[in-house]
Design a protein around this ligand. Sequence first.
Ligand SMILES: Nc1ccn([C@@H]2O[C@H](COP(=O)(O)O)[C@@H](O)[C@H]2O)c(=O)n1
Ligand code: CDI
Length: 157
Amino acid sequence: MRIGQGFDVHQLIPGTGLPLGGVFIPCDYAVVAHSDGDVLLHAIMDALLGAVALGDIGAHFPDDDPAYAGCDSSDLMRRVIDLVAEHGYQVANIDTCVIAQVPKVGPHRGAIQARVAELLKVEPNAVSIKATTTETLGFTGRKEGIAVQVSVLLERC
Ligand SMILES: Nc1ccn([C@@H]2O[C@H](COP(=O)(O)O)[C@@H](O)[C@H]2O)c(=O)n1
Ligand SMILES: C[C@@]1(CO)OP(=O)(O)OP(=O)(O)OC[C@H]1O
């Protein structure tokens, strides 16, 4: 068994929506990023890479490489999960927490859970999607950014 944790933050600006866990969430915000800015998938990838001690997403997909400009984070996730499998591991379960005043995650929880499970090649009940505000405090509370924390457990495949 191997354990990993991931954390990521992206800035919020006015917009029409943002990607979260491979699902487009319509709202009055967008994210600033080199890629599509899917902060949930980024934190999950960092947790997976951490669990197999393979560095972080910036080391694999540099944020100054034009190849990743505007890229779909789901494509990066598929590459990371293949790398994890090449090292002999699969996901046992994953627990996530989106830290954001906006957007509301609850209405999209089922869709995000299904999409993340598909990308990780596990059953939906191995994927937990949680969210919390920071009660208007700090950069997330001021709606300036969105953060995600992830824990993952890998087992031998
Ligand atoms: N972006 C968010 C934040 C929170 N939720 C849901 O609201 C519940 C209460 O949030 P508190 O910050 O007041 O604890 C939380 O447990 C989530 O169910 C959400 O959906 N999206
Ligand atoms: C996803 C990558 C891809 O270049 O870029 P960003 O979208 O800027 O995301 P971040 O989490 O800041 O950095 C990781 C990069 O690998």
